[in-house]
Write a protein that binds this ligand. Structure first.
Ligand code: GDP
Length: 304
């Protein structure tokens, strides 16, 4: 139900456009398909993914000869669900599922303002609620405010935090955090990282260094690298994904602020375009407003 509320704007926009598209027409023809293509592109589904969906709908029309516009909604929903099934992997593990490593190390990356700190707080809360011990590492040392913000979220989530003074070496903070996690027997470590794209020496090098240091402390760490993207920025989020995936091995995407935007269509295209699964979605500012991404539930909430 939260998901449906969160996707309300995207849903209204998509269904409204679909409605206008088929109004006064009985049959799915080339004109309807052209308009559908435009509709999907303007709904931030992405060009490549839009063309795939159109091809699928075309194939259905070719097979069934006559397809009424009344059926179009159901067909699009089926095809999008199938596309998500083909390209997005199974639903990520629940927070109470056993973890493959101890400590399980998650590194969180993304540009400032996308909701990175909030997402870390939400994840920490969910793991803790699920009975796991959590430790946060404040490796965005560039801004004092970033450390303070993370401290606020650590407190809300009821989990401890390792920090140093502003300006400290981010890799040293990550190192200390993993050392502490090992000695305390912590289950989950979540490392925050800087989010400005232009740093002295470059953000990507900084992230690479943090990774190397973590790998020396804990075998295979980081086990998960989550890229946080603000869904409401549409194509900007796609560009950020391009930028980060070029230099960082991202293992999962988090799309935030789906609740405030009509651009939720981005969720359909992005994992298809980058071959990286959407693992979590943010549907509000509160600590509970994070969901494990479930493509079936997503399609249901979108097209009902
Ligand atoms: P950071 O700079 O990437 O760490 O971003 P923050 O975590 O500080 O979040 C920036 C703003 O986005 C804050 O006002 C958050 O409350 C808001 N925010 C984060 N996630 C969500 C979400 O899923 N939905 C909504 N509506 N707001 C969010």
């Amino acid at each position: 139900e939260r998901l449906e509320e969160g996707l309300e704007k995207t849903r209204t926009s998509l269904l409204g456009k679909l409605d206008r598209l088929i109004r006064g027409k009985d049959q799915v023809d080339d004109e309807v398909l052209d308009q559908l293509e435009e509709l999907l592109i303007t709904s931030d589904v992405g060009v490549k993914t839009t063309l795939e969906i159109i091809r699928r709908v075309e194939a259905r029309v070719a097979r069934d000869k006559y397809v009424s516009t009344r059926e179009l909604n159901a067909i699009i929903r089926d095809e999008i669900a199938q596309l998500l099934l083909d390209h997005a992997p199974e639903r990520p593990a629940d927070f109470d599922a056993p973890l493959p490593h101890k400590p399980y190390v998650i590194m969180v990356v993304g540009v400032n303002g996308v909701g990175k700190t909030t997402t870390i707080g939400k994840l920490a809360y969910r793991y803790r609620e699920a009975g796991k011990s959590v430790l946060l590492g404040a490796a965005d040392t560039f801004r004092a405010a970033a450390i303070e913000q993370l401290e606020i979220w650590a407190e809300r989530a009821g989990v401890p935090l390792i920090k140093q003074h502003p300006g400290a070496d981010p890799a040293a903070v990550a190192f200390d955090t993993l050392a502490a996690a090992k000695s305390r027997g912590v289950d989950v470590v979540i490392i925050d990282t800087a989010g400005r794209l232009h740093t002295k020496g470059g953000l990507m090098e900084e992230l690479a260094k943090i990774r190397r240091v973590m790998g020396r402390q804990v075998e295979g760490a980081p086990h998960e690298v989550l890229l946080v993207l603000d869904a409401s920025t549409g194509q900007n989020a796609i560009r950020q994904a391009e930028e980060f995936t070029k230099s960082v091995e991202v293992t999962g995407l988090v799309l935030t602020k789906l609740d405030g935007t009509a651009k939720g269509g981005i969720v359909i295209g992005i994992s298809n375009e980058f071959k990286i699964p959407v693992k979590y979605i943010g549907v509000g500012e509160k600590i509970e407003d994070l969901q494990i991404f479930d493509r079936r539930a997503f399609v249901e909430a979108l097209f009902g």
